[in-house]
Write a protein that binds this ligand. Structure first.
Ligand SMILES: Cc1cc2nc3c(=O)[nH]c(=O)nc-3n(C[C@H](O)[C@H](O)[C@H](O)COP(=O)(O)OP(=O)(O)OC[C@H]3O[C@@H](n4cnc5c(N)ncnc54)[C@H](O)[C@@H]3O)c2cc1C
Length: 372
């Protein structure tokens, strides 16, 4: 069986890895667009402190988190910069009401999250600002999305998968379903096609009558250097304005990110976006004001209308599978979602119920999921 994968970001690389593990031939075509989300992703692996109250999403997040330990063992934890460093959700002046609401909600939902005294957090994160309250998830981890994609691709190739820099122009679909794709270098036949083209997935699917509500959400994010911390890696910080600060063992810190719906396919930096990211970094961690800017990155998150990812078969078109719409949680969810798609293609038993994530589900925008 030959499976053709459109898109070689994290989703495409992960599904090629999982398919080739199952001895299924995988061929990945990637156009490598500017603004691909995987190249900009921060790397936080935690679903526990999100303000979102969507039960299927949380269940998927927990399974995806658990799968990382296995994946890190298989790929080599250091090679993907995987590590557990904990995450503190912090309140500053003006955040008190939201802090108390979130504290209540998380207590009912997650045993992993506990209160932390601001002084204790300051001991662990000396650059911290005037924090009035903190909730701590000791299990939260990090991964470098670029390293992860590279390692998955290398492991997939070692297992027999192939990757090519090539554009897929259209799916080849008829009464029998999808039988291949048309590419910039001619048609290619396949037994099944996985559309894992990130924020660019919709046009290919629309052309075969499968409209999915996935749009680009731009994220601008900064990497700064500060003198390497002595001792353990500082924990991750999350504020109440959708931003975060993610320290790495080499002493550099990632701070982000903007969440720009309506950005379109425009992967560029804006003065407003950069000012927003730096203002929030300085509010939460003023001790990082003198840090040296290493790099800005920008990516287009594939965001779905109801906040849930799109995983599995498009049931009205035989042979067509979708793996996109992971929005701001794709680094966490992606490897596990890819595993589910590969299992479905191979006909194996599925470890999770895909019903809430089917690409052909009815989409009901839910304000409770606005933070996803
Ligand atoms: C600023 C930012 C911070 C983030 N932080 C986190 C985080 O901390 N934790 C977390 O879990 N997630 C995070 N994410 C989300 C995560 O990065 C994404 O959900 C994930 O990387 C999406 O991967 P993807 O493979 O679906 O899309 P992409 O990485 O965008 O890859 C899609 C690929 O498909 C290719 N393609 C498109 N059309 C075609 C075509 N017709 N033919 C061939 N190739 C095509 C593109 O060129 C691209 O290479 C963040 C994202 C951003 C932008």
């Amino acid at each position: 069986m030959r499976v053709l994968v459109v898109g070689g970001g994290l989703m495409g690389s992960a599904v090629a890895y999982e398919l080739s593990r199952l001895h299924i031939e995988a061929l990945v075509f990637d156009r490598h667009d500017g603004g691909r989300a995987t190249s900009a992703g921060a790397g936080i692996l935690s679903g526990e402190t999100s303000g979102v109250s969507d039960t299927p999403y949380h269940e998927l997040s927990r399974l995806a988190y658990a799968y990382y330990a296995e994946l890190a063992d298989a790929l080599g934890a250091d090679s993907i910069a995987y590590g557990v460093s904990g995450l503190a959700l912090v309140a500053l002046a003006g955040d008190e009401e939201r802090f108390q609401e979130t504290r209540q909600a998380l207590r009912g939902r997650s045993a992993a999250v506990s209160d932390m005294e601001p002084d204790e957090l300051r001991r662990q994160f000396p650059a911290l600002g005037a924090v009035t309250g903190a909730l701590f998830d000791a299990r939260a981890a990090r991964v470098d999305g670029r390293f992860l994609e590279t390692r998955l691709r290398a492991a997939a190739v070692a297992q027999g998968a192939r990757f090519e820099r090539r554009e897929v122009l259209a799916l080849d679909a008829g009464d029998a379903g999808v039988t291949g794709v048309y590419t910039s270098a001619g048609p290619v036949a396949a037994d099944a096609v996985v559309v894992a083209a990130g924020a660019w997935s919709t046009r290919l699917l629309e052309a075969v009558g499968s409209t999915v509500p996935v749009v680009p959400h731009r994220g601008q994010i900064v990497h700064v250097e500060h003198p390497p911390a002595q001792g353990p890696v500082w924990p991750i910080l999350e504020g109440f304005r959708g931003h975060y600060v993610l320290p790495w063992p080499d002493g550099h810190v990632v701070a982000g990110a903007t969440r720009e719906s309506g950005s379109g396919y425009a992967p560029w930096f804006t003065a407003e976006g950069q000012a927003e990211v730096l203002a929030e970094l300085f509010r939460v961690a003023p001790g990082l004001r003198p840090a040296v800017i290493r790099e800005w990155r920008v990516g287009l998150r594939p965001a779905s209308a109801d906040g849930r990812p799109l995983i599995g078969a498009m049931r009205n078109v035989p042979g067509l599978y979708v793996l996109t719409g992971h929005g701001p949680g794709g680094l966490l969810l992606g490897p596990y979602s890819a595993r589910l798609v590969a299992a479905e293609i191979s006909g194996s038993a599925l470890a999770s119920d895909l019903a809430p994530f089917r690409p052909d589900r009815p989409y009901q925008p839910d304000p409770a999921n606005a933070g996803i």
